[in-house]
Design a protein around this ligand. Structure first.
Ligand code: TYD
Length: 221
């Protein structure tokens, strides 16, 4: 079972992901927690290049390929073996981040980008994408607040203009609307506890069904 978390920066997905991870571990499930970009030794080196705020000269095409390279490494080295051995894999961002940020954000051709992404992942796709929705402005406000409080990092992507982040969010909403069965859309302004309850309920349902069965879409706002 492969579950990813997506959302604009500052949507609170990392908090929710860690809480779900703890819950599944306590339930005795073999569960693996990963994040993108990074998650492998090579991927972490790529992450460093991608996030370095001095790399303002990075070309958007290079950005696509670096995120994809990190994902290819993580998928082949970690995700596929873990899924094969029956683990539940939780990942903080995956291919849908590239579609949202590089596709909608940089306005690259989405069909071409899907092909690059499919090449990088070897066709691996999440069974469920948990999407925490928040307006780009509010997300960035939250991110600045937590950075000022000494939590989290301020990276090269955060310093892109607000319009870029707005387009990424619109991209997420379009993708979620197009595939409601695979996306679980939540209002990221709800309380941490309410969100976590909804996520646990959805994941319990999914685990009970197994990865191959038909799933009904559901939306909690
Ligand atoms: P990170 O510090 O991990 O932030 P967050 O906690 O919000 O996930 O930074 C990841 C940044 O990289 C974030 O701004 C989104 C961006 N990103 C892309 O633009 N494309 C991608 O494919 C991925 C995985 C991330």
């Amino acid at each position: 079972m492969f579950i990813t978390f997506e959302g604009p920066d500052g949507s609170g997905k990392t908090t929710q992901l860690h809480s779900l991870h703890g819950y599944l571990q306590e339930a005795g499930l073999p569960v693996l927690l990963l994040r993108e970009p990074g998650g492998t030794e090579i991927g972490d080196q790529i992450r460093h290049v991608l996030h370095d705020t001095r790399n303002v000269a990075m070309q958007p095409r290079a950005e696509v390929l670096l995120y994809s390279a990190s994902r290819a490494q993580l998928t082949g080295e970690v995700i596929v073996p873990a899924l094969r051995s029956g683990k539940v894999v939780l990942c903080d961002r995956y291919a849908e981040s590239t579609m949202a940020y590089q596709g909608y954000g940089h306005r690259f051709d989405l069909v071409l980008l899907s092909a690059i992404t499919a090449f990088a992942t070897g066709g691996v796709r999440p069974d469920l994408i948990i999407y925490l929705d928040i307006e780009a402005e509010e997300g960035l406000r939250r991110k600045i607040r937590s950075f000022q409080a000494g939590e989290g990092e301020w990276n090269r992507m955060d310093q892109k203009e607000l319009e870029f982040h707005r387009r990424a969010r619109e991209g997420y909403l379009s993708m979620a609307a197009a595939e409601p069965d695979r996306w679980f859309v939540l209002d990221g302004t709800l309380s941490v506890d309410v969100l976590q309850r909804a996520i646990r309920q959805r994941v319990r349902g999914l685990l009970a069904q197994g990865p191959d069965s038909e799933r009904a879409g559901e939306e909690v706002r």
